[in-house]
Write a protein that binds this ligand. Structure first.
Ligand code: GDP
Length: 317
């Protein structure tokens, strides 16, 4: 990726897109192309067609997506499927038509089967049933990934995809119901401390295991892979990006409680869904390519909490 190349970061206002923009700017990439969703609705094919014809980007990071936590995914499956399918098909298709040299699709570890072997290697894709609470989103992401593979096979493009663990960090969504667990608990513990509450409720049993990756580490991996990895290296397979470490939701809640400085009790609400019991990524492929994460979970939670305090209220979507 040349420093003067036109690089389109789709979804630059989201947590992942903004982290990739920060990382590209730090590395002095000069021509980063951005469009807010109000200026360019990626679900509209003719708008996307016009944008690519006008801007002719050479590289694309496809981070634009409709995302949300376990409740949002269960409540709005149609929106999650439609928005993500449309965004991906339009962007990837126009990229190929206008000769984009390389494209990276951002996905999620929920594309793998609910009962996949742990840790989950890239090759376990489509070997079993998906977790029901995020099936629509996962199907959309799998379609995007496979569409890249189809283009690579049919047209010889070099379009790759990455599947990160559960992400967190600056610009996260702190919505009380629709967000993911880590930002949701930062907010809940913070508000409980403010109110001098005696307890905080954590959804589910606290037993599911999750792997968390600080978003700036993901951005670093994305740029590394854009430069050092091509689809032919691994036979059209995606690449997992994570830490290879997991914690229970109960342990995560304890860590957040400590960072925020809340002194009351934790209560588990087992009437809320647990989701998939475990989703640890096998990150050996990425390690072999020469990349490793930097930010440990407790340090990352401190950084995320600082971001929350600086922008509290601003980031609710
Ligand atoms: P998932 O990894 O796709 O299941 O997405 P989430 O980040 O939404 O949820 C992860 C786990 O955290 C699930 O077991 C949830 O039940 C649990 N959890 C506990 N408290 C919360 C909360 O306040 N919000 C969310 N989203 N999840 C929570």
């Amino acid at each position: 990726m040349e420093k003067s190349a036109g690089i389109y970061v789709a979804g630059h206002r989201g947590m992942v897109g903004s982290a990739i923009v920060r990382a590209l700017e730090a590395k002095e990439y000069a021509k980063i192309i951005k469009r807010a969703s109000k200026e360019l609705d990626l679900r509209r094919q003719e708008h996307v067609e016009r944008f690519f014809a006008d801007e002719m980007p050479e590289y694309v990071f496809l981070c634009a997506a409709k995302v949300g936590g376990i409740i949002a995914n269960s409540a709005y499956p149609a929106d999650f499927m439609y928005d993500n399918m449309m965004i991906q098909m339009n962007v990837i298709h126009e990229a190929e038509k206008t000769g984009v040299k390389k494209l990276m699709l951002l996905g999620s570890s929920c594309i793998y089967p609910r009962m996949a072997p742990q840790p989950m290697p890239e090759r376990c894709l489509l070997t079993g049933e998906l977790e029901k609470t995020n099936e629509a989103y996962a199907l959309a992401k799998i379609s995007g990934l496979k569409y890249c593979c189809c283009l690579n096979t049919q047209y010889g493009t070099d379009y790759i995809s990455v599947m990160p663990a559960n992400l967190y960090g600056p610009n996260d969504n702190y919505h009380p119901q629709h967000s993911h667990v880590l930002p949701a608990l930062i907010r809940r513990f913070h508000e409980a401390k403010d109110r001098d509450a005696k307890k905080v409720t954590v959804w589910g049993t606290g037993k599911p295991l999750r792997e968390f990756l600080y978003v700036d580490d993901l951005a670093s991996a994305c740029i590394f892979l854009m430069q050092n990895y091509g689809q032919s290296d691994l036979g059209n397979e995606t690449v997992n990006v994570g830490t290879g470490k997991e914690v229970t939701i109960g342990e995560l809640a304890e860590l957040i409680k400590k960072v925020v400085g809340f002194e009351g009790e934790i209560d588990f609400d087992a009437s809320k869904p647990d989701g998939t019991p475990r989703k640890l990524l096998d990150v050996r492929k990425l390690a072999k390519l020469g990349w490793r994460y930097k930010t440990e979970l407790e340090e990352g939670i401190r950084l995320a909490y600082r971001d929350f305090l600086q922008g509290a209220g601003r980031v609710e979507r």
